[in-house]
Design a protein around this ligand. Structure first.
Ligand SMILES: [Zn+2]
Length: 117
C-alpha cells in the first residue's frame, strides 16, 4: 500500500492558466449582493437608498446615499431581497412593493442599455 502518495504519475501539478499581465485600465469591482460574484462595476447596477429613505435604482452610480450592487438581472435582485441582503446593505427594510419597483427599474435600465448598443 502506498498511502500518502497523492501525486501518481509524478509529472507535477499542471499550472493553472496564468495569463500574461496585460496593461488594462483598472476597472473597479463590486460584489453582487444577490449571487456574491465580484464583477466590474459597469456590469452591475447600483441600488441606492437616499438620505431621506427612498430606495431606487441608480443607473449613473453617482447618487449620494447608501448603495448596494447587484447584477443586471432581476434574479439577483430577487435573491438579494429574499436573503435580506439588500435590506442589510442599505440598512433599511425593503417592502415588497419597493422590490417590485426596483425590478421594473432594472428592466428599464436593461432595455435602455440594449437599445443604445
Ligand atoms: Zn449577481
Amino acid at each position: 500500500m502506498d498511502a500518502g502518495n497523492k501525486n501518481p504519475g509524478g509529472a507535477g501539478a499542471p499550472k493553472k492558466d496564468s495569463q500574461p499581465k496585460k496593461k488594462t485600465k483598472r476597472v473597479p469591482e463590486r460584489r453582487c449582493i444577490g449571487c456574491g460574484e465580484t464583477k466590474p462595476k459597469p456590469e452591475l447596477i447600483r441600488v441606492v437608498r437616499s438620505p431621506d429613505g427612498e430606495v431606487f435604482i441608480d443607473p449613473t452610480g453617482k447618487k449620494s446615499g447608501r448603495g448596494a450592487y447587484i447584477c443586471r438581472k432581476s434574479t439577483c435582485l430577487k435573491r438579494s431581497f429574499k436573503s435580506k441582503q439588500l435590506g442589510r446593505n442599505l440598512n433599511c427594510g425593503i417592502p415588497e412593493e419597493v422590490l417590485k419597483r426596483l425590478s421594473e427599474e432594472i428592466a428599464d435600465v436593461l432595455a435602455a442599455g440594449e437599445s443604445t448598443k
